[in-house]
Design a protein. Structure first.
Length: 225
């Protein structure tokens, strides 16, 4: 039995579904597999390119908020490209859960659906999860609806002594930033698929063809389910 599986989790959207869409991203990393090598190579590339090592946050990068306020648009594009390259090099997998306001009407229903869908996905691949002595869950508890659903689903399927919930610092853990990146790209994918991509998306990702070739298809190769 292997030592540990790490789950790094992030979300896009508000739990009241006011943005019309809610996405949950779960990044899986088998603890014995090295991620420090690719991360160091990423940090070295930033340094050589003269780019600030800003912890990746997709929404802030696209809109120039928080740590990206003083970063030029050209450098933000380069940071996005470099982070995409890091994600491609990391030995991780991911899956996402998507919820549309047209089908999920309030916070209570959202929590119930996340709990059900997450438990179902784990059951479908139970033999994989049972290979690990423990499963460490990293989530910053930013939205209570997701936090509650995570605890309930994982403890129901895997037992409380297996699921180990840990304090998560988005700025310090690269794999939490990878989960953020997954949410960012998946959300952009929905917009491009529906022909509703914004000028901001086109500024950073290009047209639909470029987005699919350079971002979505590259990311999809790491999809777990």
């Amino acid at each position: 039995m292997q030592e540990r599986l790490n789950l790094h989790i992030d979300e896009a959207g508000n739990q009241d579904l006011s943005e019309g869409l809610y996405i949950v991203a779960v990044v899986l990393h088998e603890h014995v597999v090295d991620v420090e090598g690719p991360i160091k190579a990423y940090e070295d590339r930033l340094r050589l390119a003269g780019l600030a090592d800003v912890p990746f946050h997709g929404k802030d990068l696209l809109h120039g908020n928080e740590s990206y306020k003083e970063v030029a648009v050209g450098d933000k594009k380069r940071l996005l490209t470099q982070f995409a390259r890091l994600v491609r090099s990391l030995p991780v997998e991911y899956f996402t859960l998507r919820y549309d306001k047209r089908e999920t009407h309030d916070r209570k229903e959202l929590e119930a659906r996340i709990r059900r869908d997450l438990a179902s996905l784990i059951f479908d691949h139970l033999s994989y999860y049972q290979r690990f002595a423990s499963i460490s869950v990293y989530y910053d508890d930013g939205q209570k609806v997701l936090s509650a659903a995570l605890h309930d689903a994982l403890e129901f399927v895997l037992a409380s002594n297996v699921a180990d919930f840990r304090t998560a610092d988005h700025s310090a853990r690269r794999l939490l930033q990878v989960a953020d990146y997954v949410c960012t790209v998946e959300r952009a994918s929905i917009a491009y698929d529906n022909g509703k991509q914004t000028k901001t998306y086109e500024r950073f990702f290009g047209n639909r063809r470029n987005f699919m070739q350079s971002y979505m298809k590259q990311l999809a190769r790491k999809r777990f389910v």
